[in-house]
Design a protein. Structure first.
Length: 188
């Protein structure tokens, strides 16, 4: 599988260019000393209609939360990526580190795409240095999940202080919905 183009968040323009190269405006954006938060609707996505993301350069994580369409029965509390994050002025550059973790809040986590990391290394799509960075971020994440009761909320409280809390909530029926549209401006 070829490595995706990564994403770019432009804090000045309040946009995100996704891994497919398409640029979208953001509903919400906040920056703190610990990272960046952004949120936006997902048009034409068959699974989700809203996306929140916390970009945390220190530990090397992207913590994602999705609001699902009514017809979907999937349940993903948190989707965490161990990506490579660089900040260049107003631009936050994110490169795929291949390893992804699905977190079932306070229950367990599941590792995804370890095979893609191995294939990417073999194909020369990810350098040894970037692969090692992704593995170190993965190790930090596994330890943090263990120490925080496998909770995405606890991870955000510890590693993303000063950034907005999730606005996507889990209803009693187990479905994730946008509780309220975030109203967050840019802060530094």
């Amino acid at each position: 599988m070829p490595r995706n183009r990564g994403s770019v968040v432009d804090t000045r323009a309040r946009t995100v260019r996704d891994r497919n190269g398409i640029t979208y405006p953001l509903d919400a954006l906040a920056v703190s000393e610990h990272g960046l938060y952004h949120a936006r609707p997902l048009d034409k996505n068959e699974y989700f209609y809203y996306h929140e993301r916390w970009v945390l350069p220190g530990p090397g994580w992207l913590i994602n939360r999705f609001a699902f369409h009514d017809h979907r029965t999937d349940k993903i509390d948190w989707y965490i990526e161990t990506d490579l994050i660089e900040i260049d002025g107003d631009r936050w550059l994110v490169q795929d580190g291949y390893l992804d973790i699905l977190v079932d809040e306070c229950v367990r986590y599941q590792v995804e795409d370890a095979d893609e990391l191995a294939e990417g290394m073999a194909a020369g799509e990810i350098s040894i240095d970037h692969a090692l960075a992704a593995l170190h971020a993965f190790d930090r994440l596994c330890r943090a999940l263990r120490d925080n009761g496998c909770s995405g909320f606890a991870l955000l409280a510890e590693y993303a202080p000063g950034l907005p809390a999730p606005t996507i909530t889990c209803r009693e029926d187990g479905m994730f919905r946008l509780a309220q549209a975030p109203n967050v401006g840019t802060s530094h």
